[in-house]
Design a protein around this ligand. Structure first.
Ligand code: GLV
Length: 327
């Protein structure tokens, strides 16, 4: 509690309007020093005396941080929360919240952007043109892959996966999906998506887009055996979490031409990118920006601030990922 009588909240990184105002009404906001490393010991030290932490995907919020005396809530400004040890938080009765829903369409848009960019070699074509190599139209220049009418395999048919399927309809794509929890038949029909097992998805897809949360079950879901089963002409798109794809195995598979290309927004050891991906012209690389539009990042900020404010006022935050903590 601060001198002003407001509970202290550690803000790990700045958030967008109207988030700061919502937070400031409920708490005394303590900014995390921007030059301080993001390791657990440093965060634990900075969290001393705080009842809340507003975190982002790069912040490791695990046992050491969760043991901060008096900590009540960790509000993650993201839909994914694999940076937080939720089991440890639950055990310590710390609420964990996220920002679902507001970023689905923006993220699905970006997955499709990456798909199109990789299929039609947009990044490569841009550098080619800028570097003055364009000497005139040529029948065999920058030949890419057709998106229209191709088969799209979606791994994970949650809100974002469904958004991608919906967009694929406009491109007359055949949509197949793999998810251990398939949609009810009516939803499937409406979406025009057919459930298949992972093996069939890998074998039949021209594009594979991943939309699963990172968990023990999805860690390295895509590795050497999976790349072996893909079409040699297929392109892999990942906007979920880096460790869902075995990055070293992807590099080897790309080198061996087991697949034609990849478009990645997330990496196994962010912000590091596997050095062998950098020179590959058949790979599109983005810096974890799938939800980065002004509107969406602002809504995520507001939502995270509201989650925290509700928790501080003794309420049950609307986006509680461990509801057992607050009955
Ligand atoms: C971003 O990666 C998110 O999980 O919202």
């Amino acid at each position: 509690m601060s001198a002003a009588g407001k509970p202290r909240v550690l803000l790990m990184h700045p958030i967008l309007d109207p988030g700061p105002a919502i937070l400031a009404e409920a708490a005394e906001v303590v900014p995390y020093p921007p030059d301080r490393p993001l390791d657990e010991a440093s965060i634990r030290q900075a969290a001393d005396g705080c009842v809340g932490i507003v975190s982002q995907v790069m912040d490791p919020i695990r046992e050491a941080v969760l043991s901060t005396p008096g900590l009540k809530c960790v509000s993650n400004v993201a839909v994914g929360f694999d940076n937080i040890d939720v089991a440890a938080a639950t055990q310590r009765k710390v609420m964990v919240t996220n920002t679902p829903g507001v970023l689905d369409d923006t993220t699905a848009d970006f997955a499709f952007t990456l798909l199109m960019a990789a299929a039609r070699r947009v990044v490569e074509a841009d550098s080619f043109t800028r570097s003055g190599k364009f000497r005139g139209w040529a029948i065999d220049m920058m030949l890419g892959a057709d998106v229209y009418g191709a088969t799209l395999g979606i791994i994970g048919i949650g809100r974002i996966g469904r958004g991608v399927a919906h967009r694929a309809k406009g491109f007359n794509m055949r949509v197949i999906y793999y998810d251990p929890h398939p949609l009810p038949p009516e939803a499937q029909d409406q979406l025009g998506a057919t459930p298949v097992d992972l093996r069939r998805l890998l074998m039949e897809s021209d594009f594979i887009s991943i939309h699963v949360p990172l968990s023990q079950d999805t860690h390295h879901l895509m590795s050497t055996p999976q790349f072996e089963q893909m079409k040699r002409t297929a392109i892999l798109i990942n906007t979920s979490r880096g460790p869902v794809v075995d990055e070293a195995a992807l590099v080897e598979a790309l080198k061996a031409k087991k697949l034609a290309g990849a478009a990645l927004d997330v990496y196994e050891r962010e912000p590091a990118v596997h050095p062998n991906l950098i020179p590959m012209s058949n790979v599109v690389l983005a810096p974890h920006i799938a939800s980065a539009t002004t509107r969406t990042r602002s809504e995520m900020s507001a939502m995270a601030a509201r989650n925290m404010a509700t928790a501080l006022r003794g309420g049950r935050p609307p986006n509680l990922v461990n509801p057992e903590v607050k009955k």
